[in-house]
Structures are given as structure tokens and as C-alpha cells.
Design a protein around this ligand. Structure first.
Ligand code: ZID
Length: 214
């Protein structure tokens, strides 16, 4: 079977969880990367205590198994944060290789501000956590991806069309993510036989979406 690493699952409400379930239903082994140790503990504890059992149910009635949860910080600015290279190294040591890499994370601290009122720091933070995080994740995982492997991220139509409320440079971050997807598909495809795609998602009431009032 295939082995998948999904970055950006903090609970059972987001896209990452739903994608993990679909992959598990198709027979993949599931590894998860979760932001900061405290969220990692929450996810592990909740899984162990059965808090997510209802939402773990797969179409055949069995429960999705998550083999391992890793702490992961896609921005990495405190010493206790765990950056992508350490996570990729741990996955390599634990499992050797993966076949599927999912990037389901974004963060825009000033998302509620129109871009005209966005600070440089807010703008750069959005790009850092939502766009460069994919470049970095791919860069660190590609050496352990099997040829023929596949990667995917989640984007949003606000990259192309004006969506008031999706501010703080998040529209810019998604435009960067989409452009990078093409260039990375070219580079990763040629050099490693790994596919790079992004899906423009519809609305889902995840933690992140609630936080921005969508
Ligand atoms: P989520 O909160 O479940 O996942 C976001 C994850 O990012 C969380 O687990 C965070 O812990 C993690 N994270 C944030 N910063 C960092 C960091 N520095 N290091 C590591 N992890 C970090 O929310 P989600 O499922 O909504 O988000 C997953 C992906 O889907 C993101 O790329 C979103 O931008 C994307 N997406 C979501 C939606 C939505 O509706 N939920 C839409 C489009 C794309 C969207 O915004 N109409 C209105 C809005 C939308 C679509 C249609």
C-alpha cells in the first residue's frame, strides 16, 4: 500500500482530516504533521481517548488508523518548534519513504484586514506560512518520496478573483501557491518523477475558516 504524510491536521474539522480519511479508505497508511507540540498532544490524546471515533468511521465501517503524529512548524521561529527538515528526517528514520504528501495548512495573521491596510509583517507571515511552507515541505520530503509519488495542497479562488474578507495578503499567498505549483510540478516532475497539484477548495467550516468568519 501507499504511505501518506498529511501536514496540517489539528482536529477532525479541516480538509486535512477529510483527505486523510479518503486516503485511508483507499488503503493508504496515514502519518500526520500537526502544528506545535501542544496541538500534537491534543490530537494524540483525543485519538487515544476516542474523541474522534465517530469521525474516524470509513465507508466500510472500520476506523481510520493514524500510524503516527509528528509535531511540525512550517514557519519555525522558536527553538522548541519542529521544522520541516527534522520532521522529514524522523519520517525517514521511522518509515523510510512516503508516496503521498499533503499540504493542508495556511495562516494569515491579518486575514481580516483589507490588503490596503495590511502590514509588511502580516503580508510576509501569510506568504511564509501559506506559500513558502509548501516549497519547504516539498524540498525536505522529496528525497524520501518514491518515484511516481504525488503531492497536493489546498488553494482558494481569491487568488484570481476579488473576494472581500480574504485579506492580509492571503489572496497573494494563494496566488503564489498556485504559481509555485506549476514551477514545482516542472522541477519535481523532471528531477524526481513526483507530481505537484493544488485543489481550489470550496467552503468548509474548519477551525481556520471560523477564525476568519467565513
Ligand atoms: P484547518 O484549521 O483545519 O487547517 C489549517 C492547519 O494549518 C491547522 O491544522 C493549523 O494548525 C495549521 N498551521 C497553521 N500555521 C501553521 C504553521 N506555521 N506550521 C504548521 N501548521 C500550521 O483549516 P482548513 O482545513 O480550512 O485549511 C486547510 C487548507 O485548506 C488551507 O490551505 C486553507 O487555506 C485551505 N482552504 C480552506 C478553505 C475553507 O473553507 N476551510 C477554503 C479554501 C482553502 C476557503 O477559505 N469560500 C470561502 C472560503 C473558502 C472557500 C470557499
Amino acid at each position: 500500500g501507499k504511505r501518506a504524510f498529511i501536514a496540517g491536521i489539528a482536529d477532525d474539522n479541516g480538509y486535512g482530516w477529510a483527505i486523510a480519511k479518503s486516503l485511508a479508505a483507499a488503503g493508504a497508511e496515514i502519518l500526520v504533521g500537526t502544528w506545535v507540540p501542544v496541538r500534537t498532544k491534543y490530537l494524540e490524546t483525543s485519538l487515544r481517548r476516542g474523541k474522534f471515533d465517530e469521525s474516524r468511521v470509513l465507508p466500510d465501517g472500520s476506523l481510520m488508523e493514524i500510524t503516527k503524529v509528528y509535531p511540525l512548524d512550517a514557519v519555525f521561529d522558536c527553538p522548541e518548534d519542529v521544522p520541516e527538515d527534522e520532521v522529514a528526517e524522523s519520517v525517514k528514520q521511522d518509515f523510510g519513504t512516503i508516496d503521498i504528501l499533503v499540504h493542508s495548512l495556511a495562516n494569515g495573521p491579518e486575514v481580516s484586514k483589507p490588503i490596503l491596510e495590511t502590514s509588511r509583517n502580516g503580508y510576509l507571515a501569510a506568504i511564509s506560512a501559506s506559500s513558502y511552507s509548501f516549497v519547504s515541505l516539498l524540498k525536505h520530503f522529496i528525497p524520501i518520496m518514491n518515484p511516481g509519488g504525488s503531492t497536493i495542497s489546498l488553494t482558494y479562488i481569491a487568488s484570481e478573483k476579488i473576494i472581500p474578507g480574504y485579506g492580509g495578503g492571503m489572496s497573494s499567498a494563494k496566488a503564489a501557491l498556485e504559481s509555485d505549483t506549476k514551477v514545482l510540478a516542472f522541477e519535481a516532475g523532471r528531477k524526481h518523477n513526483v507530481r505537484v497539484n493544488t485543489i481550489s477548495a470550496g467552503p468548509l467550516r474548519s477551525r481556520a475558516a471560523k477564525a476568519i468568519g467565513f
